[in-house]
Ligand binder design. Structure first.
Ligand code: ADP
Ligand code: MG
Length: 468
């Protein structure tokens, strides 16, 4: 069997063939050492956190694919910064440990949901600040941000982000004692421990939380009004904080807005960093859908953009509902053997789609105007040219393109599309659409034009969404 280092060298050679040489040297030349091989992961040492993220975002998938080609033993690469690797080595030395025990790790991971990792967390404007701080905490617990207090409405990714911190810390140091609990669980455990008046139980409760290296407490608002539990939690907090342990808290509201909560606790929460997660914008919702699709079907590109856009436009408040809608749509198509079309999306989501959303998606005139403007400016003509009856080639062609774009994007009756273009009849609309589809398939230049126009449309719709 080849060593981790040998495997990495082979993969590195392959990568070099696939990448521009300047990029390659800058990023990969410094990576020459393996930290450890553990749980089927080969940990490569990278100089800093930025390199780590850059590789994880752009290259890690390729690296792992290459690795599979070279070796069938199903290892994957993971990256660890020099700083964290050194720390882990020195901790292990102190503890007199040389090898690691995967059972420990399973125990500590038992209540973290496996898919709630940083890898699976999609970032955008609404959650970037929270994400950055979560990364900081995960990279160097209790050093920079303590406690980290993440707040926001339900279903926006607080638990996901909090658990990602836990996973990350455990992946880099399996001896870390990561304790995840919900405030509700904490209250129940406390109640049970004290009510039985069994000294063993009380001690167990005390030790369990006080032994944490990282304490993750989800939905702290549940402690509202529970005075003795708050008192107990306060003691745990003080103990951990004073012994340099990391605390992460989530809540459905800002610390200052917590009701019936001890002032002492509220002020402790504000000692570290308070970050909020807001509702995702359209762009982020679409990216999240794309990411989740990869878990649901083998070829995510089978689902066209207009379908994703429909789902993302319809479920615009929280990610949990958005994800639920996507699952419903996919399982509907798969069980009835239907294609992934807008039609299927509407049918599958019928019962749960707010009526006004459906209408606004279908007949949003501002969106139609944006498309017309974008096409007209691309072909250097005017919107009135598009709407006119002119049959000059330099006008008919852009008009056909605009018709194609509207029809592929929205589910509007042909007659209605005709109305947008000087009352043309449905046969003309249908012909224009078919013609452009044909051209796209046979002419690279046109395919290219359409791609450019589509991305301009995305831009302009995004801008509109921002202004709203
Ligand atoms: P909260 O704790 O804020 O109520 P969760 O963390 O439970 O929300 O998130 C709800 C669902 O949405 C989860 O399935 C989670 O994976 C998903 N989710 C939320 N935000 C994101 C994101 N940025 N990227 C990927 N998935 C997300
Ligand atoms: Mg939650």
């Amino acid at each position: 069997m080849r060593s981790g280092k040998e495997l990495w060298d082979l993969v590195k050679n392959q990568l070099k063939l696939e990448m521009a040489s300047t990029d390659f040297s800058e990023i990969f030349d410094p990576i020459t050492e393996i930290h450890k091989i553990h749980n089927k992961y080969i940990f490569l040492i990278v100089p800093d956190i930025l390199t780590k993220f850059r590789i994880e975002k752009f290259y890690l998938d390729t690296m792992n694919k290459l690795l599979v080609q070279i070796e069938e033993d199903k290892h994957n690469f993971k990256l660890i910064t020099r700083e964290v690797a050194d720390k882990e080595n020195s901790d292990n030395q102190k503890l007199g440990l040389t090898s690691v025990d995967s059972v420990d790790r399973q125990v500590s991971k038992r209540n973290l949901r496996s898919e709630y990792t940083f890898d699976n967390f999609v970032t955008g404007e609404s959650n970037r600040f929270a994400w950055m701080n979560a990364i900081k905490v995960a990279e160097s617990p209790h050093v920079t941000v303590n406690p980290l207090y993440i707040f926001g409405d339900v279903g926006l990714g607080k638990t996901h982000l909090m658990m990602a911190i836990g996973h990350y810390i455990l992946d880099n140091n399996i001896h870390a004692n990561v304790v995840y609990t919900t405030a509700q669980q904490f209250a129940e455990d406390y109640f049970l421990a004290t009510n039985k008046k069994n000294i063993n139980d009380i001690e167990k409760f005390y030790n369990y939380h006080r032994a944490a290296d990282i304490l993750l407490v989800d939905d702290i608002q549940f402690l509202s009004g529970k005075n003795s539990t708050q008192e107990e939690f306060f003691k745990v907090f003080e103990h951990l904080f004073e012994t340099n342990k990391q605390i992460v808290i989530t809540s459905d509201r800002a610390a200052s807005d917590l009701e019936n909560m001890m002032a002492r606790l509220k002020s402790r929460f504000a000692w570290g960093m308070l970050v909020d997660i807001k509702s995702p914008d359209l762009n982020l919702r679409i990216s999240i859908l794309k990411r989740k699709l990869a878990f649901l079907i083998p070829n995510p590109i089978d689902v066209p953009n207009n379908v994703l856009e429909f789902i993302a436009t319809t479920f615009d408040q929280n990610v949990r509902d958005l994800e639920g809608a996507l699952r419903r749509f996919v399982s509907f198509c798969v069980s009835f053997n239907l294609p992934f079309t807008l039609e299927s999306a509407k049918q599958s989501l019928e019962g749960i789609t707010p009526k006004n959303k459906l209408d606004s998606f279908v007949t949003n005139d501002t969106n139609i105007d944006k498309i017309k403007q974008t096409v007209a400016s691309y072909y250097k003509i005017t919107v009135s040219d598009l709407e006119s009856t002119s049959r000059k080639q330099h006008i008919t062609y852009p008009r056909q393109v605009a018709i194609y774009l509207i029809r592929s994007r929205y589910d509007i009756p042909l007659k209605k599309i005709g109305e947008f273009f000087g009352n043309r009849d449905h046969a003309t609309i249908s012909h224009s659409y078919d013609k452009i589809i044909n051209d796209i398939n046979s002419n690279l230049q046109i395919k290219n034009d359409i791609n450019i126009i589509e991305s301009k449309i995305e831009e302009s719709l995004k801008k509109k969404e921002k202004n709203n």
